[in-house]
Design a protein around this ligand. Structure first.
Ligand SMILES: Nc1ncnc2c1ncn2[C@@H]1O[C@H](COP(=O)(O)OP(=O)(O)OP(=O)(O)O)[C@@H](O)[C@H]1O
Ligand SMILES: [Mg+2]
Length: 533
């Protein structure tokens, strides 16, 4: 992790030595800031809201104290961690199991929709003390009395803002009501929009600690952010050029709809890229297979809807592409946060068509970040990058392989031909480089877009956020009305300016304004778009 002054090692903390042993084996040396601040508070048994940038170790910030709080002699369920997606539940459960490696007798179980329930029931009856699950499936088990909350001590809401926003609010309330009132409630996320922060007060004790580790900049500075102003028809071409130019080790590409994910996956596969798609319409098995392929590196490009935006931690994701500009600012933050994790650097690329540039300006303004406009690499740029790459591979072969026999063979062949050795080398390079890159000219604007995107945008109304139609893990539709306690949603308009600011420090007054022309009609289309995720 990035070094800061006053680093605290795990050894200096009140963490159980068996957990420290496991954590050190995982290669962690010093606590990240959120861990250093949150772990002591949680070990004291106090309620907490932990807000820290993406990839800064929030899982350990709650995972370690949850494990330490378990009474190993008690086989009853003692803690629940709720996550918005199945993939995240599996991931968080796995990380917690690693922390608990030497805490013999602690049992952690992931529980999520789409998985055989009878198998889960058997596992639950075998003395599981910590459940990590999606709200829908946890509720299901509560109804069946296969999860009993009577002896629960801690509940953690990972990606709390997302879960409360997505329409899990009722489920979460039901789960909380079922738990002993003396329980400890912890909420974590990289983003905590103010309306959500207000809601959280209902769930926590009055002395709850709000730890905000996010400086002004909500996005992680380790991610170099760029955008490309292009025409819709060139999106695929530009994406491929960027991948060829930067050739990231592993990439995550986000689209706004399931359909787009499928189309783009096909397109990239046709062009010879190793890509897999992930979205909510796939079966659990398919989702698991795709995630495993990506995690193991057998596929280096994952194309996904926002199901993969929150919390997913895959090593060496060097680039995140927003094939579509996300609808919500939070999603921009979480999507690009799949890279630049645990102190590593990363890049993000956002493809912007026409007036979408105003959305980007809004994101920049609210996140206090800079997204640099860049021009698309030309066919010549990519060719020279490819040439350099092939040449460096060739040089490696020259240094490391015995070539006497091959040289002899080529000498004989050349002697019989009119070709020079240089021509032969050039032909081999061509062969290795594949087809010539089409020299299509990429224009910034189409005839209808001309004149947009120049100068600073006036704001987009992007802060108008809705949960309408967003789909949940269990396939039910989200009920936007639940958000904000069923209040009139129009009141939520424009909270964006304040969403990332500390309540006490926020002196700014938001000028009321209407969404510019371009985003009128957005409300209408939002529902159908969300349903397609
Ligand atoms: N102290 C540490 N030292 C080194 N690596 C760490 C440390 N703590 C956590 N990590 C690693 O950092 C990565 C990111 O951690 P984690 O997934 O918990 O981030 P997060 O804050 O929850 O991010 P997000 O907001 O995206 O969910 C993981 O691979 C984790 O194993
Ligand atoms: Mg996380």
């Amino acid at each position: 992790m990035s070094s800061t002054e006053n680093q605290i090692s795990y050894k200096e903390s009140a963490i159980d030595e068996r957990i420290i042993r496991a954590v050190e084996e995982m290669g962690f040396e010093n606590m990240t800031p959120i861990q250093a601040q949150a772990i002591p508070v949680m070990l004291e048994g106090r309620d907490i809201i932990g807000q820290a940038q993406t990839g800064t170790g929030k899982t350990a910030a709650f995972g370690i104290p949850v494990i330490q709080s378990i009474d190993v002699n008690n086989k009853a369920l003692q803690a629940i961690v709720l996550c918005p997606t199945r993939e995240l539940a599996i991931q968080a459960a796995e990380e917690m199991r690693r922390f608990a490696k030497y805490m013999h007798g602690v049992k952690v179980l992931p529980v999520y929709g789409g998985q055989d329930i009878s198998r889960q029931i058997r596992a639950l009856s075998g003395g599981t003390q910590i459940v990590v699950g999606t709200p829908g499936r946890v509720m299901d088990h509560m109804r069946r009395h296969t999860i009993r909350t009577g002896q629960m001590k801690i509940i953690v809401l990972d990606e709390a803002d997302e879960m409360l926003n997505m329409g899990f609010r009722e489920d979460i309330e039901t789960i909380l009501k079922d738990m002993p009132t003396e329980r400890q409630t912890a909420l974590f996320s990289a983003t905590m929009p103010k309306p959500i922060l207000d809601i959280t007060r209902e769930y926590q004790k009055a002395d709850a600690e709000y730890l905000k580790m996010t400086p002004k900049e909500v996005t992680i500075p380790l991610v170099k952010q760029a955008y490309y102003q292009i025409q819709r028809k060139d999106k695929e071409e530009v994406l491929c050029r960027l991948m060829d130019y930067y050739h990231p080790k592993r990439s995550l590409i986000f689209c706004n709809t399931k359909r787009m994910v499928d189309e783009l996956t096909e397109h990239l596969k046709d062009r010879g890229y190793q890509a897999e798609g992930l979205h909510g319409d796939l079966s659990q098995n398919q989702r698991d297979t795709v995630m495993n392929l990506f995690r193991s590196g057998r596929t280096d490009i994952l194309i996904a809807t926002d199901v993969a935006a929150r919390g997913i931690d895959v090593d060496n994701v060097e680039a995140v592409f927003n094939f579509d500009v996300p609808d919500d600012i939070e999603y921009y933050v979480h999507r690009i946060g799949r890279t630049g994790r645990a102190g590593k650097t990363g890049r993000s690329f956002t493809l912007v068509v026409g007036r979408e540039v105003f959305k980007l300006r809004e994101i920049e303004r609210i996140c206090h970040t800079t997204i640099k406009e860049k021009s698309v690499p030309s066919a010549a740029d990519i060719t020279s990058v490819k040439e350099e790459k092939v040449l460096s591979e060739v040089l490696e072969v020259m240094q490391n392989k015995k070539m006497d026999k091959t040289i002899e063979f080529l000498e004989n062949k050349l002697a019989e031909s009119d070709y020079t050795a240089l021509e032969l080398a050039a032909a081999f390079m061509k062969l290795k480089m594949g087809d010539d890159i089409k020299d299509i000219k990429i224009e910034k604007y189409g005839p209808r877009d001309r004149g947009f995107g120049k100068g600073k945008g006036k704001g987009s109304g992007l802060g108008v956020r809705g949960g309408e139609g967003r789909r949940r893990d269990d396939g039910k539709k989200y009920d936007g009305k639940r958000y904000g306690g069923g209040k009139d949603r129009s009141k939520d308009k424009g909270f964006s300016e304040k969403r990332f600011t500390d309540k006490n420090n926020d002196k700014r007054v938001r000028k009321d304004r209407e969404a510019p022309e371009i985003f009128k009609g957005r409300e209408k289309s939002k529902k159908s778009r969300r349903e397609a995720i």
